[in-house]
Write a protein that binds this ligand. Structure first.
Ligand SMILES: NC(=O)c1ccc[n+]([C@@H]2O[C@H](COP(=O)([O-])OP(=O)(O)OC[C@H]3O[C@@H](n4cnc5c(N)ncnc54)[C@H](OP(=O)(O)O)[C@@H]3O)[C@@H](O)[C@H]2O)c1
Length: 315
């Protein structure tokens, strides 16, 4: 199958931007759909990248933008529900509509972003909705070459997870840590992007679901200890038991900016760890956090501060 133009939904985000950079470097024409063109402004200078404003809740708008494309990558996801956007709408309905539109428009290739440890019985609504989305796109596998990716937490410049831990470590003399023994297998955003781009035209990946994790498993406590070390701080970590973890998240849900919810705590009830090694056909040699994170977390120069402001402004 010859792929020239790729439509990327969620291309303005953290993972999406890395994928769009790699697609552009590999010579693909890329169409990034965003609710607001401004959010994807940082991609407009890349060769062969076009940014279009699109309300992805409208089939007519989606069709109009998807019809010129040979493949679709759907990365749209939310970590917290709001009155306006539910997990079900974003993680199940939208992927189902995208897959249906692919079939209608004769698009034969779909890469879909999910998450590690999804299942219909998962303890969190986020993971259950991601599982429903996977089932919805795989239901079209007879007419569409689908590949699904399930990463553990993704790290890299501009990530929300390690940067949030760094902010907490900088502000708090004592870190009250929910679910300190929860396990993660962090993977570098550039490795995730590589997996997507390497799979795009690789027939071996059709109809498959891939878990993505980095070279090492860490508990949440170990990750916070690592961040404390990188920042050169001295901090005490107090691990919270399950009841206190739950109440901490409940209190955080009431804050104007949701840093953590009870659903996030529930998702940490199962370890975000891969069942086996990375599939060889993805062609990855994943980087460890020790090799990448110090460069962006410990960089406190004025220039780095501008980078953070740019990232906060979505640029
Ligand atoms: N980051 C991680 O550690 C991680 C781990 C596992 C799985 N994932 C999955 O990977 C995907 C990308 O994650 P990310 O970290 O790159 O997230 P992100 O930076 O928040 O980006 C999310 C993207 O989704 C789009 N989006 C969000 N809400 C939307 C809405 N209501 N309607 C339309 N578009 C919306 C945004 O596009 P616009 O704002 O431009 O419209 C944005 O480009 C998600 O599906 C996430 O669940 C991420």
């Amino acid at each position: 199958m010859l792929i020239n133009q790729v439509c990327v939904l969620g291309g303005s985000g953290f993972v999406g931007s890395a994928i769009v950079h790699k697609l552009s470097a590999a010579g693909y024409a890329v169409k990034v759909l965003s609710r607001q063109r401004e959010r994807a402004k940082h991609l407009t200078l890349l060769p062969n990248v076009q940014v279009a404003e699109c309300n992805v809740l409208s089939d007519a708008e989606l069709s109009m933008h998807m019809q010129s494309c040979d493949a679709v990558i759907n990365l749209i996801g939310i970590l917290h529900e709001s009155k306006q956007f539910s997990f079900d709408a974003m993680h199940r309905e939208l992927p189902a509509r995208v897959a249906t539109l692919c079939k209608k428009l004769g698009i034969k290739r779909l890469l879909h972003m999910s998450a590690l440890q999804t299942s219909a019985e998962a303890p969190s609504a986020y993971l259950r909705s991601k599982a429903a989305g996977e089932a919805a796109v795989m239901a079209h596998a007879a007419n569409l070459h689908v590949t699904i990716f399930q990463p553990s937490i993704v790290f890299g410049r501009g990530d929300s997870f390690l940067n949030l831990l760094a902010t907490i470590v900088k502000i708090m003399p004592v870190v009250a840590l929910a679910k300190p023994d929860a396990k993660f297998q962090p993977i570098w955003v550039e490795d995730v992007a590589e997996a997507f781009v390497n799979s795009l035209e690789n027939v071996e990946t059709y109809g498959k679901t891939y878990q993505l994790g980095g070279p090492r498993v860490y508990t949440l406590r170990e990750l916070v200890e690592f961040v404390i070390f990188v920042l050169g701080k001295k901090r005490k970590i107090v691990g919270l038991n399950d009841t206190l973890s739950y109440w901490q998240a409940y209190a955080m849900e009431k804050m104007p900016i949701k840093l953590m919810t009870r659903d996030n705590v529930h998702s940490m009830e199962i370890d975000s760890v891969c069942q086996g090694p990375l599939a060889p056909e993805l062609g990855l040699k994943p980087a460890a956090i020790e090799a990448i994170v110090p460069e962006y977390l410990a960089n406190d120069t004025p220039r780095a501060a501008y980078e953070r402001f740019r990232s906060m402004a979505g640029r």
